[in-house]
Each structure stands twice: as C-alpha cells, then as structure tokens.
Design a protein around this ligand. Sequence first.
Ligand SMILES: *Cc1c(COP(=O)(O)O)cnc(C)c1O
Length: 419
Amino acid sequence: MPISQAFQDRLFPVLKNIAEHFGTPFHIYDETGIRETGQSLIDGFSGIEEFREYFAVKALPNPRILAIMKDMGFGFDCSSVAELLLSRQAGGRGDDLMFTSNNTSYEEFSVAAADGGSVLNLDDITLVPKVPQMPELICFRYNPGPRYSGNEIIGDPVESKYGLSHEQVISAYQEAIGRGARRFGLHTMVVSNELNYRYKVETTRMLLELVEKVSAELDIRFEFINIGGGLGIPYKPEDKPLDLHTMTGEITNLFIRFKERNGYMPGLYLESGRYMTGPHGALVVTAINRKDIYRKYIGVDACMSALMRPGMYGAYHHISVLGKNSHLKTETVDVVGSLCENNDKFAIQRTLPEIEDGDILTIHDTGAHGHAMGFNYNGKLRPKELLLRSDGAVELIRREETVDDYFATLAFEPDIMKL
Ligand SMILES: *Cc1c(COP(=O)(O)O)cnc(C)c1O
C-alpha cells in the first residue's frame, strides 16, 4: 500500500512547488499522519492503566520529529550515545528514556546514567556487574530462543544476538537485586515489520507469564512489560495493514486477566519506530537520465545513501510519478541511483507510467529506517529532510550533506606513533 490517500492529498498538489523551492532529493514527513498514528496507539491501549510508546529513535532521529513525539507524551527508545543525547535535547529525562542497547560499552552506561539517567534495559546477565551504578529501576531483554519463532527480518531467536536466555532470567533479576535494584521491567523484541497482529498478542502473553513466574520466585512486582517494536506497515499494494484494533483489544484482555490473577496491572510499553513514522514519509526525487540496454533504466537524483532498504533487504517501496497515473502508457523499468553497486535500485522491473527527464518521483513509506540508515560509501551524500507541518507550512528540518561534511573527519591533528 502506498502512503495514505490523505497524505497524498496533502502532498501531491503542492509537491511541484516544494520541489522547486527546496530542490530534490528530499525526504518529507507528514506531521498530521504521525500524530494520527500516535493517537491511534493511545486510543487502542486506553484500557490499560499505564500505556506508553517509547519512539524508537533510530527509525527517524530528527529533533523536530522527536519534539512531536514528546508533545504526544511519548518516551524515547535509544540504543546509542547519540540517540540518548538527541532524546535529552528533545526534553526527555529519566523514565522518558529507555536504553535498549546490546554489546553495551562502559561509555554507553555512563551516558545512560548521566543527566537524570534513563531506564536501563540490560541485554545480558554478564552486564549486571558491569553497570557502573545499579539504578533502582532495571529491565532485562528476554530472548525466548526455541520457545518462540521470530519472523523474517529478526530471524530465529536462537540465532539472535539479543537478550538473555530463558535459563538466565531468574538469576539476572536476583543479581540485580543484589546490586540494589528495587523496581523491575521485562522486555523482548522478537519480530520486525510484522503485519500479523497475533505475534504481539503472543509476545504479551509470553511476557506476562514470565512476569508471574519471576514474581513468584523472587517475591517482586513488575512495573512494566515492554513488548518492543516491530509492528509492520504495508509496503506493498497487496499487503493488508496490521489489525491494530484487534491487537490492542486482545492485549488489553490479557492485562485485565493478569490483574484478576495478581491484583495489579503492570504498565505496557511499546517501542514502535516503523509503525509511528514509516508510512508518513516519502523520498522525493527527480528523474535525470534514462537508458535502454537489456533493460530500461530510469536514473534519479538520489541513491542508496538516501534509502538503503531496497538494496539491503530487497524491500519494496511503492513509486508514483507526479502528474502521471498508471492509466497512461506504462513501461517496465529499474529505477536506479548513481552508486557503483548494482543493488542501488529503488525498484526492479517495476511497471510505471513512461518517465521523462525532469519528472518528479515519490518513493513511498520512507519515514522510518530511511534517511537514518543512509551511509557515505562511494562519496554519496545524504539528502535533506522536510516536514509537512499540520499548519500547512513546509519546514526544512535537516539540510543535505555537503562535500565539506564528507571531508570533516579528515581535519585532525597529525598523530604519528614511532615504534
Ligand atoms: C529497531 C528497534 C525498534 C523499532 O523497530 P521498528 O521495526 O521500527 O518498530 C524497537 N526496539 C528495539 C530494541 C529496536 O532495536
């Protein structure tokens, strides 16, 4: 499914003007759509006493976007020093920040603890003695291993590097208690871009059962479970959207039954990235070349540095051509960037209206893991980011990279070590 009709109706009539004013390529994000999705999560989980979305910062780490999340009352899910700093700049403090790192370094622990701290979500039992100062509130990431089969992107939990094993769970909380932890959470993330709502229901069931088991053994209570991110969005026209209504209903029922058995309801935390912003972004490019060899190629003015997903995962991103619909004469083409890798293709053998140089193409659903995943291989630079605000204005929220940025790490004090 392409970006929503509502986003298209807001964007397409003004897109030519935006492209003329700012120049292509750019990612553009739809504030109205982001807020509507945020509200749908809040409404969906309104039957749970404490629900909170911790936006997965890595999906769209732009301060202007983080400010929108903050405004909606959301926290931030971080897994690096830079993401912690960005979230604090956006006003997140203490319990607003969930630090879900893995293979965590001493520096990361220090930054996580600084400046009001954050909720530490430990990835392994061996990290317990390595936490410089055990906070009162501690969470562990659980890897169910063979008890659960994950999905395509995350893979089989047995092969996944994340989390502690089933056998380690009790000892992990025991050790944390020994070091001073008094408040507890439990986290897992076993799927990614999953459109079947049942996975999250089963994840919730699994975590609530584990909470009961650990609570009984150690005589502790859990303040929250965190069911991670991984809610899917329909990238392909034939994909069915996630059934949010049924998912939130069934999860809420599990919480109600937990309360009946245990006399209290833990909080429910979610770390959605893709679901929050993915469908509310698009990469807008201009066609600059076409060539006709064994296949037809449309060359555009952006490349993989702006959007890795097709090259990295073979991911489908819908494409539309401004002012031309598919009732017109079509042709089958590969839409390509300029990077010297043959997987630098936004679309492969896609049927599109006939494209001429100068046509504006919209590559859909780039609002999560799009710009953020970009890289500089081959000296390719990342494009700018724009926000289509709810008041109708368009705001530049990140400039494009320049060659000076590319050269920035080459400006340093000489350091030659003689041996
Ligand atoms: C990447 C990630 C997320 C967000 O995943 P989405 O697929 O964008 O929802 C959430 N939590 C953790 C720990 C992650 O690594």
